[in-house]
Design a protein around this ligand. Sequence first.
Ligand code: TYM
Length: 329
Amino acid sequence: MGRVITGVRPTGDLSIANYVGAMKPIVELQDTYEGSVNVFVADVHGLTDQEPELISRMRIDTMRSLLASGIDPERINVYLQSQIESQTDVVASYLDRHISTAELLRVPTLKDKAKKDQGVETLNVSLLRYPVLMAADIFMQDADEVPVGQDQYPHIEVARVLARRFNREYGDGSEIIVVPNVMAVEGLRIAALDGGGKMSKSNPKGAIFLKDPIDSIGSKIGKAKTAAAGEMNETLESHFTLSRELSKTQDQRDALDRLYDAHLDGHNVMGSFKSLMTELVSGFLAEFQANYDQISDEQVVDLLEVGGVKANEQADLVLGRVRKAMKFV
Ligand code: TYM
């Protein structure tokens, strides 16, 4: 039986891109999937570029948002990365010797970061090790499928490489560490509304946050970059993708298809498209925010206590198996 895992860093308010990239696939499978599903807040990861005090304030709220986006704690095991920090960190340190600094520096997210921070010399070690710790997160739950947005694919690739190397070295022909796969939401990369790269917390003007006031959405989407009638670009394609992802009815999907075709045929439909996109995004946010208000921080803490116990049991199992295979017991 399969096992699914995904994680989100508690570095700020979640955006609608986080929802469609990572949470929605979980919400869609949770009622029918037979295996175990794990969703965690990657608070230890948050420390790579945020202050610990901020992270410890944000993590409960991030989990509350995940629950409000439809994650059902009856079906899904929820926990904080720090609840299994001791086991995860040990496994990550065993993995360290199976990957070189040069390989890690080739991971696109790190390459970009190093460029921005003017060279590798100033890159902190936790950033460099990020993909190794992320691999350990996945391995600790024996997950074989990981729903994530496209920006995370290189990290999953590092995890696959590490799992294979570990198994080859210590597995004696068997799989000690499960080799994970991206759970396919075909290359999902939601673009910033203003066309400035991917939608991300670091460009708030181009992002729609789950807690944005509903009455601000019309003007945000009103200013979104589109394309001239008859032309298509990555940004507009992404606005259509986001709208399709948020559609609930066949009528809405048909309306989007008609607008898409009309636009490509050279008709001026961007006004109508933006109205429909605003309606779809606002509808989703209204539902999210109503759910969010229904959940208390105390409830989240209680759920994490239960989830943490389960996550620990599984993490102990994996750590034991890893040590035994390494003959390091
Ligand atoms: P994070 O917190 O940056 O993002 C959480 C999830 O949101 C997705 N996402 C997007 N998807 C589509 N379009 C976008 N513009 C977009 N922006 C963000 C991300 O791909 C991600 O799935 N390293 C991870 C957290 C993590 C993790 C893990 C995930 C740590 N350990 C183990 C899975 C398994 C991160 O920083 O996500």
